[in-house]
Write a protein that binds this ligand. Structure first.
Ligand code: ADP
Length: 503
């Protein structure tokens, strides 16, 4: 009899269900995309019923595909788009408002107010985060303030808040479990990452009643059982982690100093910093990577806003490539970008600069510059931004990274992977299984039920697809990176003068 773990990977644009066997390889997959809702500029919502139906539907489809039946599934793991906020009625399970998605900026003014009032140091010290609309806390408050009667119902204990994992587990268990794992809790801006409990001071500051909060749990734990209605039998749900943390687990970043970069629409670099939370002095977030066997493991996280999205810009706005993969063919048709630098700050610059006023710019154009140089420089910018974040992490931790593990859609680009290795001067390792996020959630679930015995067994499942070793000379690496830093500096001058320009 085949045995498998079912991983539910609830992303920003689609819901996926993937079955994994003991060797960590996929035994079947199903996915359903769903629509984005943009009610106003800067607002992004999802319909929670559509999230639920697409996730349930993809799970039921993969289980009816024949490879693995529901009675062969030993456990379910959940991973999810992080920070996205849902509030529902405890009695009926019905949401009182759409899910407010992580990208939504509607609470920006309120966040500015909190910062002006001097609360950031306290919030960062407790949560490891900066004050930003990105995180769940101010989204919760917005719903309580804007949905009729919500605050009174919340105070009475009639409402439940959850990130998407919480909501799915609530639905899957027929309303029996209202839980969240530490990694997801650490993205709410309400969770004290030192004590691993909800923080009363921040709850008071934001006027959020504790009665709506889920119970924080380890990421590998008995979180509940599915209602037999969904899959014909009760299946234990024993894994839960936010997408980037799950990807880190799937990449087996089990020792301090190991790091991965996920090159999707944006880029998310996480480094294992051990069992004590540290606060960065270089703009990195501190987050719980996972809770396992009575201990929390922490990570530094640095976000690159534009990774694959800058290639989408080449394709859809500039229309100088027909497809994302073509960027590689064109980039390698020339020997160098001819000292052209693209700073892809379309939506500002993320870590370690955190400048919302920066805008994308191209430096170093000459009469000989053509589309190949611009395309190549755009790919190179993704590698430079990754180095910026890595350097900051290394300075914060004093840890010298041995290698970088990579995943996400852009890792198909061999030019970028080689340039990444060259520009950080470290090997870049691309694994065989590309679905590291879903795999990480499966591992967390499988560990709890003994499908996998321990981290050593999981580590042995990690197989290399291709290793990229640095070949660039030290002098060229230094000169190239200096050029990038010069370009960023110029972009920041433009950004810093925005007040002058407005006068
Ligand atoms: P997400 O999970 O954020 O939707 P994916 O991990 O699926 O993203 O990666 C998709 C991104 O990768 C897209 O932005 C696309 O432009 C980029 N991409 C995919 N293949 C390539 C390639 N061969 N070269 C460069 N970029 C690529």
């Amino acid at each position: 009899m085949t045995q498998a773990v079912l991983s539910l990977d609830q992303g920003t644009t689609s819901s996926r269900a993937i079955l994994f066997g003991q060797d960590g390889r996929s035994l079947g997959t199903s996915f359903q995309p769903f629509p984005q809702i943009f009610p106003q500029p800067g607002w992004v919502e999802h319909d929670p019923e559509v999230i639920w139906q697409s996730q349930l539907g993809s799970a039921q489809t993969v289980l009816s595909s024949g490879a693995v039946r529901a009675d062969e599934v030993v456990a379910i793991g959940v991973t999810n788009q992080r920070e996205t906020t849902i509030i529902w009625d405890r009695a009926t399970g019905e949401p009182i408002y759409n899910a407010i998605v992580w990208q939504d900026r509607r609470t920006a003014d309120f966040c500015d107010e909190l910062k002006r009032a001097g609360h950031e140091e306290m919030v960062t010290g407790k949560t490891g985060l900066i004050i930003d609309p990105y995180f769940s806390a101010t989204k919760i408050r917005w719903i309580l303030d804007h949905v009729d009667g919500a605050r009174v119902r919340a105070e009475r204990g009639d409402l439940a808040f959850g990130t998407v994992d919480s909501f799915l587990i609530y639905r899957l268990t027929g309303g029996k479990s209202h839980v969240i794992d530490y990694s997801n809790a650490s993205r709410t801006m309400l969770f004290n990452i030192h004590s691993l409990t909800w923080d009363e001071d921040i709850l008071a500051l934001l006027d959020i009643p504790a009665a709506i909060l889920p119970t924080p749990m380890e990421s590998s734990a008995r979180l509940g059982e599915t209602d037999p209605l969904w899959f014909g039998r009760a299946i234990p749900i024993t894994g839960d982690a936010g997408d980037q943390q799950a990807a880190s687990f799937g990449q087996t970043l089990f020792t301090v100093g190991m790091a991965k970069q996920t090159y999707g629409t944006g880029g998310f670099l996480l480094m294992n910093i051990g069992e004590e939370p540290k606060i960065s002095s270089h703009g990195m977030l501190t987050t719980v990577a996972w809770g396992l066997n009575g201990k929390a493991t922490y990570a530094f996280e640095g976000a690159v806003f534009m990774a694959g999205a800058s290639v989408q810009w080449l394709r859809d706005q500039l229309q100088i490539v027909d497809s994302a993969p073509e960027s590689e063919t064109i980039a390698t048709s020339i020997d160098s970008s001819g000292e052209v630098y693209v700073v892809p700050a379309f939506t500002g610059l993320g870590a370690p600069y955190w400048n919302p006023y920066a805008r994308a710019s191209i430096f170093g154009l000459t009469r000989g510059t053509g589309r190949a140089e611009i395309i190549r420089a755009t790919l190179e910018s993704v590698a430079y931004q990754t180095r910026d974040v890595l350097d900051a992490m290394q300075q914060d931790t004093g840890i010298l990274l041995p290698e970088l593990r990579v995943d996400g859609g852009m890792v198909a680009n061999n030019f970028l992977m080689q340039f990444q290795a060259d520009i950080i001067g470290k090997p870049v390792l691309r694994p065989e299984v590309p679905e590291t996020t879903a795999l990480g959630a499966a591992y967390l679930a499988g560990l709890e039920v003994g499908f996998w015995d321990d981290l050593e067994q999981i580590t042995a499942n990690w197989h290399l697809d291709r290793r990229f070793d640095p070949t660039m000379s030290e002098a060229d690496r230094a000169a190239s990176y200096r050029g990038w830093q010069r370009a960023v500096k110029a972009a920041l001058v433009w950004a810093d003068d925005h007040d002058v320009a407005a006068q």
